[in-house]
Design a protein around this ligand. Structure first.
Ligand code: AMP
Length: 393
């Protein structure tokens, strides 16, 4: 696969598919601009190399219709501040008006197009829509890792028909870090998997069990494993239909000599909203009337010890309901523990990235992926369609 620094872009119209799908409040103020910041390397490179910079992205789910609520206009403003230069914005992404605007651009000018998902063709991977985008540029760059698991027009149909289609520096970094994890040469490689459901992570668990030396399980999914082992987990979240699969994963771990760690104590409460009357119990003694909402202090110590000699760590999924202060301590302690280690630490998934940020440990991780679904599919061992297109070029 080729990257932007391997092709001639001077004087050319360069179309960069970014992932500017940033969270905004009800007044369209950007509440986290990390994805915009991560895109700056490729954008600055393109400006410095005297190309005309055309940026495109999706934002939210406007369902194929123009909707001011999902306009990328606030992103243009933020980009302009971050780049310290003018970033033009146009309220469409295809058509004559856009073409005229691009024709009037000078080298190193930056233009952001309006939300690609204002057209149905984007999500439907419409070749007709891709052909309209194709009229706008000479060189195509994909720097939108977060959508690479989707067969959408701007990342799938478009690079297929573009003469020159390459990856950007953010895409390169994402691929390099996930390769480092999945082909881990330094050992031990420790996979830390948490979150709500086994079902969402089943394929990831199956793939990682072939690669990891240790597997640490937290979050609600721990209860499906504990129930599969015959323990009473009270009212905790359990996926009863996955008890057999959970059992098979643990059997596989044993066969492959993967050290498999489950929590040994929990913070339990009657429900998520009862943040005052919680108790700490061992996994053998979860009360019938309560649910486990975070790992307990003994588990934090156990997991810290298991992580201590790690050379490579992949973390996906919080250890508890980290959004609620009363049940956030477990996730925070694991973030702190990983942050202090001299290991390659890769964090995937939006929730985990938020939890790491809340713990003040973002700077201490080797890499925080910008893709949630995309990172999970890579960990499942799948080739992402948008990356496959670029590789085939
Ligand atoms: P996921 O998207 O699968 O990584 O799941 C993240 C979600 O799992 C977060 O919103 C957490 O609040 C939730 N979660 C983690 N642990 C628990 C738990 N013990 N009980 C209920 N929800 C949990």
């Amino acid at each position: 696969m080729k990257y932007i620094n391997e092709v001639d872009i001077a004087q050319k119209r360069v179309f960069i598919r970014c992932d500017f799908n940033v969270p905004m409040d009800e007044n369209q103020n950007i509440t986290d601009d990390n994805r915009i910041r991560q895109a700056l390397v490729t954008i600055k490179y393109t400006i410095d190399n005297k190309a005309k910079v055309i940026l495109a992205s999706h934002l939210g789910r406007p369902n194929g219709k123009k909707n001011p609520k999902y306009s990328l206009a606030p992103v243009a403003k933020r980009l302009s501040t971050l780049l310290d230069r003018k970033v033009d914005f146009i309220d469409d992404c295809i058509g004559e008006k856009v073409k005229d605007k691009i024709n009037a651009m000078h080298v190193s000018d930056v233009l952001l197009l309006e939300n690609l998902r204002f057209y149905e063709g984007e999500k439907k991977n419409s070749v007709a829509f891709a052909e309209k985008l194709l009229e706008l540029f000479d060189v195509y760059v994909n720097d939108a890792f977060g959508v690479c698991h989707r067969k959408h027009a701007s990342v799938y149909a478009l690079p297929e028909i573009a003469h020159i289609a390459v990856g950007g520096f953010l895409l390169k970094k994402e691929i390099e870090y996930f390769n480092k994890v999945l082909n881990a040469k330094e050992k031990p490689f420790v996979a830390v998997i948490g979150g709500a459901k086994v079902s969402g992570k089943l394929e990831c668990l199956k793939n990682l069990i072939n690669k990891a030396d240790k597997m640490i399980i937290g979050g609600a999914q721990a209860f499906t494993f504990l129930k599969a082992l015959g323990y009473n987990v009270g009212k905790s979240l359990v996926e009863n239909e996955l008890l057999t699969s959970a059992g098979k994963i643990m059997k596989l771990a044993k066969e492959k000599n993967v050290k498999f760690y489950l929590p040994v104590d929990f913070i339990c409460s009657k429900d998520i909203s009862d943040t005052l009357n919680y108790v700490t119990t061992t996994y053998q003694e979860i009360p019938d009337s309560m649910m486990g909402l975070d790992i307990g202090p003994a588990t934090s110590e156990l997991f810290k010890e298991a992580l201590a000699d790690a050379k490579i760590i992949m973390w996906n999924g919080p250890m508890g309901v980290f959004e609620v202060d009363a049940f956030a301590a477990g996730t925070k302690s694991i973030a702190k523990a990983i942050g202090q280690l001299q290991a390659v630490s890769v964090v995937g998934g939006g929730d985990t990235a938020d939890a790491v940020k809340a713990a003040g440990e973002s700077e201490n991780m080797s890499y925080i992926s910008t893709g949630g679904g995309a990172s999970l599919e890579i960990l499942e061992g799948k080739t992402l369609p948008a990356i496959a297109v670029l590789e085939a070029k």
